[in-house]
Ligand binder design. Structure first.
Ligand code: G3H
Length: 485
């Protein structure tokens, strides 16, 4: 683990990491052990905090006070070194979380692009903010200044990318960082530690590993974390915030849960709606916060929509992440197939049917996507964020039904609308943008391009991320002002 510019070797207890990719061996299916990570204690967490605090408070000539172009130089050095680790990191993304080769490569490349885009956004921000203006006889320069020590934690579904979407802007704005990789997707950060070590001064970037209660709770309870940057479940996000003794002094940047719906209007082009709903519901097996998790389809077209959707779902091939053309890969979360099976059983008991032939078939860590119909508000799958390959389809008569769902939902990230009549779509946009943060027309929900603001209302997020918004969220506007003599 990296603390204060040193990569420390750990002799204490470790946690083994097993891949969700099960391979057939002599004795049946083998769970492959692919590595381990250190189970650090409060002592190492506090050492990381002290190092990050010292690096922030050291004064002139140190990280937070370096000129923007110097911080950019460090970041470019990191990006260059990170690029050399592409093969190793991509391989670990596949083994640790079962992401297919193409998506694993995309995750890596998108992260590098994010770093380079953030550098450009910082140059723009710096140009815009570094002038002196005279207002009512006062000469003033408004600057963006860092906030302090940032604790960054990303989720298992984008273990590299979504850890770095907060870590990179936090760093480049002059904050110092402690980051804890997600427990699924932890090993892939190891090859990058040398890149961090070689590119940044000691204490600017530190890592901790282990159980949340042993390392994260003491950090939060210390009251010395200035910004909590967490992407994961709403339950964990809430409980972390509460651990800080002075929550009013804590800035939170949170990417939490969502249950994004699609509304398929009666005049929708069904080939477009089916293609986008399939992508939206099943990319990376539906394990995306932006995934489409509830499809409202007008009753006049629902049977046709279901036939077309099920035909496409049945074409998907399960396989190992590195095999080409694979559409369904193993699920990394412990007993995830069991949870999804429970949701399916609950819906079936309340009258829903699996509409595709292979829907819900389970083999080890694989589950074949299930299209459930008709789904009603009484079913668990109507409310719970399945975060997996289960597609609930809800027939509706009146547009008030899906609109009511959006208003009543505890989440407020995005929505997709499918239709061809511009007037009917336009009528929906105003009420919807007041409930969610992105309305997608004839396309699936998604975060990118990464220059777009990414956030959510209600339980879905706090703070806005994007290459430029994130620079603002990890900084504060300060003023240098003086009277003209
Ligand atoms: O899991 C949540 C991610 O922010 C989704 O990102 O829409 O680019 O897949 P994505």
């Amino acid at each position: 683990f990296l603390v204060d510019g040193q990569i420390h070797h750990w002799d204490g207890p470790v946690q083994d990491v097993f891949s969700p990719v099960c391979l057939a061996g002599d004795s049946g299916v083998e769970k492959k052990r692919i590595g381990s990570y250190p189970l650090l204690t409060e002592k190492e967490a506090m050492e990381a905090l002290d190092a990050a605090g010292r690096a922030y408070d050291s004064g002139r000539g140190h990280w937070p006070t370096l000129a923007v172009e110097d911080r950019i130089r460090h970041m470019e050095k990191f990006a260059y070194r990170m690029k050399e680790k592409r093969g190793e990191v991509v391989r670990l993304i596949m083994w640790e979380i079962g992401k297919n080769l193409q998506d694993a490569c995309n995750e890596f490349d998108r992260t590098l692009d994010y770093i380079l885009g953030t550098i450009e956004a910082l140059k723009d921000l710096d140009r815009a903010g570094s002038r002196f203006d005279i207002t009512q006889g006062v000469a003033a320069q408004i600057r963006r200044a860092p906030l302090g020590v940032v604790l960054c934690m990303g989720p298992f579904n984008y273990p590299l990318n979504e850890t770095f979407t907060t870590l990179i802007p936090a760093l480049i704005m002059g904050n110092t960082v402690i980051f804890k990789p997600p427990k699924l997707g932890v090993l892939l950060h190891r090859p990058l530690l040398e890149a961090f070590q070689g590119a940044f001064p000691p204490g600017v970037v530190n890592t901790v590993y282990g159980r949340g209660a042993r390392v994260v709770t003491p950090l939060m309870e210390s009251g010395r974390i200035d910004v909590l940057a967490f992407i994961g479940t709403s339950r964990v996000g809430d409980s972390l915030k509460k651990q800080h003794p002075r929550p009013h002094r804590l800035r939170c940047v949170l990417g939490l849960e969502a249950k994004n719906p699609a509304i398929v209007l009666p005049d929708a082009k069904l080939d477009v709606a089916v293609r986008e709903c399939l992508l939206g519901a099943l990319s990376f097996n539906g394990q995306r916060c932006t995934a489409l998790k509830l499809l409202f389809v007008h009753e006049s077209i629902v049977e046709k929509f279901l036939d077309m959707l099920c035909r496409e779902v049945e074409k998907l091939e399960p396989g190992l992440p590195w095999q080409s053309g694979v559409g369904i890969t193993p699920l990394p979360e412990e007993n995830k197939t069991g949870y999804l099976q429970e949701l399916i059983n609950d819906a079936q008991q309340a009258g829903a049917v699996i509409r595709n032939e292979s829907g819900g078939l389970i083999n080890q860590t694989f589950i074949f996507p299930a299209v459930l119909y008709p789904v009603t508000p009484q079913m668990r799958v109507f409310k719970e964020e399945q975060f997996g390959p289960v597609i609930p389809v809800v027939p509706y008569k009146s547009i008030e039904e899906p609109l009511g769902y959006v208003t009543d939902s505890d989440y407020g990230q995005q929505i997709s609308i499918f239709g061809t009549d511009p007037d009917s779509i336009a009528e929906l946009i105003d009420p919807l943008v007041n409930q969610v943060c992105r309305v997608n027309i004839n396309s699936q929900c998604q975060r990118g391009p990464d220059t777009f603001p990414f956030t959510g209302r209600k339980n879905s997020a706090e703070g806005t991320l994007s290459m430029s918004d994130a620079l603002r969220v990890f900084s504060i506007r300060t003023l240098v002002a003086g009277k003209l003599n």
